[in-house]
Write a protein that binds this ligand. Structure first.
Ligand SMILES: *Cc1c(COP(=O)(O)O)cnc(C)c1O
Length: 347
């Protein structure tokens, strides 16, 4: 394989420190969905645990169970997608905190908990406008009343109230926060006193202190992926942790072919737009083929020369978000597209 993804776990630890000092006294939940944004779940969880991270955001229960194995018995693991009774049973077995934004699911969880003789920790989700599996404000009072009943009966332990926001416009986020505040007040009135209230992801956790509450759920910034259209990684005090490299596999008169293409996750829409890093500095990415791509105006290229598609910028390459902005997407998409077949090399 002539391509690889280098992942700098020291840079991850440094980003984690930076996020924590920024959001303190709020806690950090490191979001590790999608194989830790394509970087590799297990090494990321090990490094984060060594750096003192105690909360992980897993998305689904299967990922949560993998985090439990990697992070050990003491970690707190939050998953917010449970699709079946099997998922609920697995979540209870792995002692995963579950995000619940559906009245039917709350009942199912209480039943599964009774069968298992367990009292699972639950974070109730209010829909603050994104319409992604949360309880609508009009249904919230009934939902929290029922959750309080189940809690008094010892069937669940409600530890959190949470939501997710778009982080696209300040005004929309402010509206969402007003809905969140009202939901918190309803919960308190129903006798639910959550110890972890959480709303913000990367962008709001840095830019909007009033969105931090007790905990922030941060993925992108910990991996050094800045927001598209947002402040630079330098300004945020973050370092890209990944470097996607491919070797020159053939040389032509004025160009070189590298062993990486669309089938390994390089978007074809980058051809003719992006620059890549080479030993002599930045050069244009002329074409993106299936498994090979062409880098231009490079008369002295040699087989085995290393081309950096994205990374910290040492050879003139841009970041994942720099590439993303050329094709109207976000840096996370560039990161998670890198094929699982491309080896991850950890330093
Ligand atoms: C992905 C995700 C996050 C993390 O978002 P970033 O912008 O990568 O920090 C937080 N919360 C939820 C619910 C998510 O799905």
């Amino acid at each position: 394989m002539s391509a690889r993804l280098h992942v700098d776990l020291n840079a991850l630890a440094s980003n984690i420190d930076r996020v924590r000092e920024t959001v303190a006294p709020a806690e950090l939940m490191l979001v590790v969905k999608d194989d830790a944004y394509g970087h590799g779940l297990e090494p990321v969880v090990h490094a984060a645990t060594a750096a003192g991270v105690s909360w992980f955001g897993a998305f689904d229960v299967r990922t949560g169970a993998a985090v439990r194995i990697a992070a050990g018995a003491d970690a707190r693991i939050f998953a917010w997608i449970a699709a079946s009774r099997d998922d609920l049973d697995a979540a209870i077995a792995a002692r995963i905190d579950l995000g619940v934004g559906d009245a039917g699911l709350l009942e199912e969880l209480a039943d599964a908990a009774a069968d298992a003789g367990a009292t699972p920790r639950v974070h109730l989700k209010i829909d603050t406008g994104l319409h992604r599996n949360g309880v609508r404000p009009e249904d919230w009072p009934g939902f929290v009343a029922r959750a309080a009943e189940l809690q008094s009966a010892g069937r669940i332990d409600v530890v959190g109230v949470w939501s997710h926001i778009a982080e696209a416009s300040e005004a929309e986020d402010d509206d969402a926060r007003a809905v969140f505040e009202a939901a918190l007040a309803h919960a308190e009135a129903a006798g639910i006193h959550p110890s972890v209230r959480h709303l913000a992801a990367s962008a709001a956790s840095f830019a909007r202190p009033e969105f931090r509450y007790d905990m922030v759920r941060v993925g992108a910034f910990c991996y050094g992926i800045r927001s598209a259209g947002g402040p630079s990684a330098d300004d945020l005090g973050l370092k890209p942790i990944a470097r996607l490299e491919a070797e020159v596999v053939a040389v032509h008169d004025e160009a070189a072919s590298i062993g990486l293409g669309a089938l390994q996750g390089l978007p074809t829409s980058l051809q003719g737009r992006a620059g890549v890093g080479t030993p002599g500095g930045r050069r244009p990415l002329l074409t993106v083929g299936g498994s090979e791509s062409m880098v231009g105006t490079w008369p002295d290229a040699a087989i085995g020369d290393v081309v950096t598609i994205y990374g910290p910028g040492r050879d003139g390459e841009g970041s994942a978000t720099d590439l993303a902005e050329m094709i109207d997407t976000i840096g996370e998409e560039i990161a998670v597209r890198v094929s699982p077949l491309i080896p991850r090399v950890f330093t």
